[in-house]
Design a protein around this ligand. Structure first.
Ligand code: HEC
Length: 104
């Protein structure tokens, strides 16, 4: 009984917390990697078809600001659907940082 209560409290604390790096990687893998690829290169079938940028390239990264990236994630662009109903502003912000980290 005590262990169950503890588990419930722990899982509540976890889901209420700010998006961790591991969560962000998982969100990326689930929602974004089908087009943008796990490594951000855009080297996927869908990515090539829809013409996504290669985020490992510093020149591509320089083409948009953090604010623009967050706006595209929340409102969508071309083939990319808006994610504002699926992700919290914190998760979107964490995704922008995740994208920046792809740069080599
Ligand atoms: C259906 C394919 C698809 C999915 C899924 C997808 N994207 Fe995109 N994404 C695109 C396309 C197409 C563009 C616009 C191409 C461009 O301008 O480089 C784009 C553009 C972007 C941009 C703006 C880059 C720029 O050059 O202005 C960001 C940031 C971005 N996506 C992040 C994400 C994140 C984060 C996710 C997951 C939550 C995601 N994308 C999911 C296809 C997708």
């Amino acid at each position: 009984m005590k262990i169950q209560t503890l588990l419930v409290i722990t899982s509540m604390a976890l889901s209420a917390g700010v998006a961790s790096a591991a969560d962000t990687a998982e969100i990326w893998a689930k929602n974004c990697a089908s087009c943008h690829a796990k490594d951000g290169s855009g080297n996927t079938m869908m990515g090539k078809k829809s013409g996504v940028g290669n985020y490992t390239d510093a020149k591509v990264q320089a083409k948009f600001t953090d604010e623009e990236a967050a706006k595209v994630i929340s409102e969508g662009k071309e083939k990319m659907k808006p994610f504002k109903d699926k992700l919290t502003p914190e998760e979107i912000k964490a995704l922008v940082a995740h994208i920046r980290a792809f740069k080599k």
